[in-house]
Design a protein around this ligand. Structure first.
Ligand SMILES: Cc1cc2nc3c(=O)[nH]c(=O)nc-3n(C[C@H](O)[C@H](O)[C@H](O)COP(=O)(O)O)c2cc1C
Length: 382
């Protein structure tokens, strides 16, 4: 049992209110403490205190105190990433941005989900038959599973670029900010135009000074349930073009769970084997049909019968995927790092992902409800 804090993203408020007023809970306290420190020396001491109990490692060539952080999603802007750094998350991914403003799905965007067993089998039937979703988030941060339905909103680059540049600057010693982006596929858009949009957005992220860039490939591509990462050939073409634009900046791609080893192998051959991608980050959420207690659609609105599930319920799938990606890496002899994501809510989960082959580990849902998670891992490892 891990006690549950007020999440730093308030699920009872809209995305826009979270963007404007957040973060909340312990992350807000960390920022207030930082504001109160009226000298630069105070700020440095605060960042140093978070780093002091950790280990020394590198992530894609950049020194990090502990290769642990928060993946793309819950850190909406520089106030969130700054608070994450202050709380000892040494890798902070700035929420996925786009080349243009993009509206968020209607409220609510986060529900608690309750699969029948403790976990969701990504190859099983429960995810298509219906998983109970409601607003009872329980009391145990180690067991929480949620659904998030945002539609990857984005500010205009004129807003997110200066803010991401600030976020980059706020990383302390042994910390790094990752800039995440995705292409914006609009109806009728050709592959070439889509690739060009990805390249433009990668360049906009690079202009902020981000030392590592990530592209989300777990986004819809040609249809509701068909993700970009289900088309490794297109991902490969995009990565060739993006890497050509960003040069030596380490580049990683975010993958959803892929059921077949052949899909993983093709992905590695079309990306890391080209030298375009230095890390694969996996997994993203698992798409499930969400139902309320009466069996009706849990989230309001057209096209929202299914939504991505994350948190404790997807840990077995995340660990299995990391093991399989590591096995493919071994078999093909292609060098790249693996970033393990999915259901990390305790220090033991961090260690399980490292043992599975992850060079770095991240937690979204677990960190939202337990903002002390990075410190707890550092203490456990000390
Ligand atoms: C609130 C929230 C928003 C998210 N938004 C994004 C996003 O914009 N881009 C992305 O690549 N993944 C996004 N994700 C997925 C996470 O990065 C992660 O892959 C997933 O939540 C599994 O990790 P977890 O079990 O620790 O939550 C989001 C997750 C959450 C909880």
């Amino acid at each position: 049992m891990t006690s549950m804090d007020a999440p730093f993203y308030d699920v009872n408020l809209s995305y826009e209110d979270n963007y404007a007023k957040g973060p909340f809970g312990a992350f807000a306290t960390a920022l207030a403490r930082e504001d109160a420190a009226d000298s630069a020396a105070g700020a440095v001491a605060a960042a140093g205190a978070a780093a002091a109990v950790g280990t020394t490692a590198t992530f894609l060539g950049i020194p990090v105190d502990l290769p642990f952080g928060i993946p793309a999603g819950p850190l909406l802007n520089s106030r969130y990433t700054h608070a994450a750094f202050l709380e000892g998350f040494d890798i902070a991914v700035y929420k996925t941005v786009r080349s243009r403003p993009w509206a968020c799905n209607a409220f609510p965007n986060v529900l608690s989900v309750h699969p029948q067993g403790d976990s969701i089998d990504p190859e099983g039937t429960e995810k298509d038959e219906g998983v109970l979703a409601d607003s009872d988030f329980g009391t145990d941060a180690a067991r929480i599973s949620i659904s998030n339905s945002f539609g990857v909103p984005s500010q205009d680059p004129d807003i997110w670029q200066p803010d991401m540049a600030l976020a980059v600057q706020q990383a302390g010693a042994g910390q790094v900010l990752v800039g995440s982006f995705q292409g914006s596929r609009t109806p009728g858009m050709s592959d070439d135009a889509y690739i060009a949009d990805c390249v433009t957005t990668a360049r906009l992220v690079q202009e902020t000074g981000a030392k590592i860039i990530e592209m989300n490939t777990s986004c819809p591509n040609e249809g509701h349930n068909r993700l970009l990462c289900h088309n490794p050939e297109l991902v490969g073409r995009i990565c060739d073009a993006v890497k050509n634009e960003i040069g030596d900046t380490p580049f990683m791609i975010k993958l959803a769970y892929l059921p077949a080893d052949e899909q993983v192998e093709t992905m590695v051959r079309d990306t890391a084997a080209h030298g375009t991608v230095q890390a694969l980050c996996t997994i993203n959420t698992i798409s499930c049909k969400l139902v309320d207690a009466q069996g009706g659609q849990a989230l309001p609105g057209a096209g929202r019968d299914r939504s991505g599930v994350c948190g404790a319920a997807i840990r077995p799938a995340g660990l299995a995927m990391v093991r399989r990606v590591a096995a493919v890496r071994e078999r093909l002899g292609v060098p790249f790092d693996i970033v393990g994501v999915g259901g990390v809510t305790t220090p033991a989960d961090y260690e399980a992902y490292r043992a599975a082959g992850a060079a770095a580990v991240m937690s979204a849902t677990g960190a939202m409800w337990n903002p002390s998670l990075a410190r707890q891992i550092k203490v456990a490892l000390a």
